[in-house]
Design a binder for this molecule. Structure first.
Ligand SMILES: [Zn+2]
Length: 389
């Protein structure tokens, strides 16, 4: 529809207008006039009633202070920032002194960029209002036998299962899933061009938290920035990382790394992507827990058969394309690998396939070097032949 803005050559269009264009311009002017008037009124009059719904006037007061501006943002901050942070500290999830270390911006971006289902999953688990046994017991949820669900964790069977226990559970079957998921996580961090020391600090921290890496000696070899990231995250809590609370320094250190390499990528974007990968791990752990509860023998057997075929195929290839440093992967006999849990078999498959890719890339480089040497030698031989003639 035409209006004043639709002129050509940088000039405003002044007509002639048809009926629709005239109405469009009139509405635009009226709306602007109303906006200016409303802004002026609110700026001058702090006692005025700020909103009305169905002709009923109401005021918004937060902590004995009347709110007259940015109502939506002020309400959001009060509910989602102040009250949530207060609840986290009073419930003992995080200490008050660690709160300023948290990147709420990265957390917000990670949630905004996640699917609705993933956002719901993280929110419900962060609020500890989800399908864990502690909640089901509270809601008097009954199992297929008509018995109220017990509060025990279905994986380790001795702890009360709340949403935080799902992340911290150290049942052996759960640890196998963690090892598999962390392997995928590590691969994704490479793809995000993560600073090698931040990469190591993140993996060390999570593995140490899960008891998969008791030794922290490698921490001493990291840059001071990476060590600081590790310590900040330890103050915030590694469990909290899985609910979206990551240290501000991760993003800052990654930003400096990008800049030092002349990259225009953003540290905060890296951090929100890293958090979304963390959410993926959290979700995989939850899926595994659900599979333990709602065990489907047919589905499990199908997966077992599929993995068995893949393991046998890879094992029968023997040492093909393997570098000497990766030969240990072929040490266990095939039947020993097949006796492992399904996540452990999956992990072995990922490792052996990655090792073969590494070996084959290495042999390609080697072949290229051989070819270059051969070409140089042939050129030299030709010159020598000409000289002799
Ligand atoms: Zn458990």
């Amino acid at each position: 529809m035409y209006g004043h803005q639709d002129g050509t050559d940088g000039h405003r269009y002044h007509g002639p207008f048809d009926r629709w264009a005239t109405l469009n311009i009139q509405m635009d002017s009226l709306a602007k006039a109303h906006l200016h008037l409303e802004r002026a009124r609110r700026a001058m009059d702090h006692t005025s009633v700020v909103q009305s719904v169905s002709n009923k006037q109401w005021e918004l007061w937060i902590s004995n202070q009347k709110t007259t501006k940015r109502i939506e943002a002020e309400l959001y901050d009060d509910i989602y920032c102040v009250k949530i942070q207060h609840k986290y500290t009073t419930d003992g999830y995080i200490s008050a002194i660690a709160l300023p270390l948290v990147s709420w911006e990265a957390s917000g971006k990670a949630m905004t960029n996640s699917s609705e289902a993933k956002r719901r999953f993280i929110s419900k688990h962060a609020a500890n209002c989800c399908g864990v046994n502690k909640c089901l017991n509270l809601w008097e949820w009954k199992d297929e036998n008509g018995t109220i669900v017990a509060t025990n964790c279905p994986c380790c069977d001795f702890a009360v299962e709340d949403s935080r226990h799902v992340v911290s559970c150290s049942a052996p079957t759960t640890l196998a899933v963690w090892a598999l998921e962390l392997d995928k996580f590590s691969e994704e961090l490479y793809d995000l061009h993560t600073h090698p020391d931040l990469h190591l600090a993140l993996l060390l921290g999570i593995k140490h938290f899960k008891g998969l890496e008791p030794d922290l000696e490698e921490l001493q070899d990291l840059t001071p920035e990476a060590r600081q990231c590790y310590h900040d995250q330890t103050s915030i809590g590694w469990t909290n990382l899985f609910f979206g609370l990551s240290a501000i320094r991760w993003g800052e250190a990654q930003q400096e790394y990008y800049q030092s390499r002349g990259s225009r990528r953003s540290g905060i974007q890296w951090q929100q992507r890293m958090l979304r990968l963390i959410f993926e791990i959290h979700h995989a752990i939850w899926d595994h827990r659900n599979a333990m509860v709602h065990n489907d023998p047919e589905k499990e057997q199908a997966k077992r058969n599929q993995l068995e075929a893949a393991v046998r195929a890879e094992h029968s290839r023997g040492n093909e394309d393997l570098l000497p440093s990766n030969l240990h992967l072929m040490n266990p006999a095939c039947h020993v690998i097949l006796e492992r849990s399904l996540p452990e078999q999956e992990l072995w498959l990922r490792q052996i396939r990655a090792a073969r890719r590494q070996g084959s890339a290495n042999s390609r480089i080697h072949m290229a070097q051989e070819r270059a040497l051969m070409a140089a030698w042939l050129q030299l031989a030709n010159h020598t032949a000409v000289f002799r003639l």
